[in-house]
Write a protein that binds this ligand. Sequence first.
Ligand SMILES: NC(=O)c1ccc[n+]([C@@H]2O[C@H](COP(=O)([O-])OP(=O)(O)OC[C@H]3O[C@@H](n4cnc5c(N)ncnc54)[C@H](O)[C@@H]3O)[C@@H](O)[C@H]2O)c1
Length: 318
Amino acid sequence: MRIGVIGAGRMGGLHARALRLLPDVSEVLIADIDPARARETALHEGCTAVADVDALWGKRPRGVVIAASTKMHATLIRRAVRERAGILCEKPLTTTMDESIEIADLVRDAGVPLMVGFQRRFDRAFQDLRAEMNRRAGAGFVLRIRHADTAPPPAGYLATAPGSMFVDMCIHDYDTIRWLSGSEVAAVSSAGAVLTGLPDFGLHDDVDTVVSTIHLENGSVGVLEAFRHSRDGYVVSGEMIGADADAATPAGKRCDSWYERFCEAFQEEARTFVSSLAGGHHGEAAGALDATRALQVALAAETAFRERRTVALEPVRA
Ligand SMILES: NC(=O)c1ccc[n+]([C@@H]2O[C@H](COP(=O)([O-])OP(=O)(O)OC[C@H]3O[C@@H](n4cnc5c(N)ncnc54)[C@H](O)[C@@H]3O)[C@@H](O)[C@H]2O)c1
């Protein structure tokens, strides 16, 4: 099976590497608006560079991984739908609710499969935590998620960042809370702060630290603590604390880098994508509607922070 990767940056290279290891994948093609970058990544990851995105479509890939900059995702998804290629798109699909709903409707009506790159859903530790939460379904709990990156984004990133920390980074965690709890979000409140001492965040009206309290429809509570910059290692972990539990049930360990933390999850995500293209099941993958609901929580969490109030969410209909 021939698969295309669009965007030859950090994530494009990682996806190309994961795809190349799969026996059902005969060829991985990679395209970028910067052809030199596509060639360099192809050389590094052992795949094939094509001149541009049109050339990639000319090769008629069965599926594409969209790992270009966030602002291009929606345009590239529309093209993939026209080409009737299955899609694995990096998060977030887009940064506005109108466009996210439009995309969810588009892929549903076209019958084109779309997976979203929320790789925590393929992480063994989180899957074990989810199974434990399912076993205790009906009992109330606090679900605490911690997300600490080791390094702040590179200088210049925030000037063109596709949305604030709430949308660009914490969207992973809002999806994780929905997925682990099996519940939609009823309301959210948030605090945000600049604690790194780096001037960039304040200059760009963004924060480097987020704490959100998520009121779930099933009555339980999610708590997110997220940090753009931690000197203490890379951490993405979860913990369920139930009123009837003797001890918390933890998931996720401290690592040196995000790649170390999630490399197995990325491989499993790629395997699921390829198997779904061959008619298999999407498994734990998030679809466009999940991405839309996670975006809604992220935007509401940001409003809650900026307006210092609890924001209630309207249901997003399928
Ligand atoms: N799942 C995760 O944990 C995770 C982590 C980091 C980034 N991301 C997401 O992955 C995406 C890419 O992030 P990155 O860190 O790899 O960025 P990056 O800047 O390293 O790479 C993006 C690449 O896309 C290319 N590009 C831009 N527009 C294009 C277009 N129209 N056609 C083809 N190529 C185009 C750029 O030239 C660049 O090479 C973003 O949406 C980001 O939010 C996800």
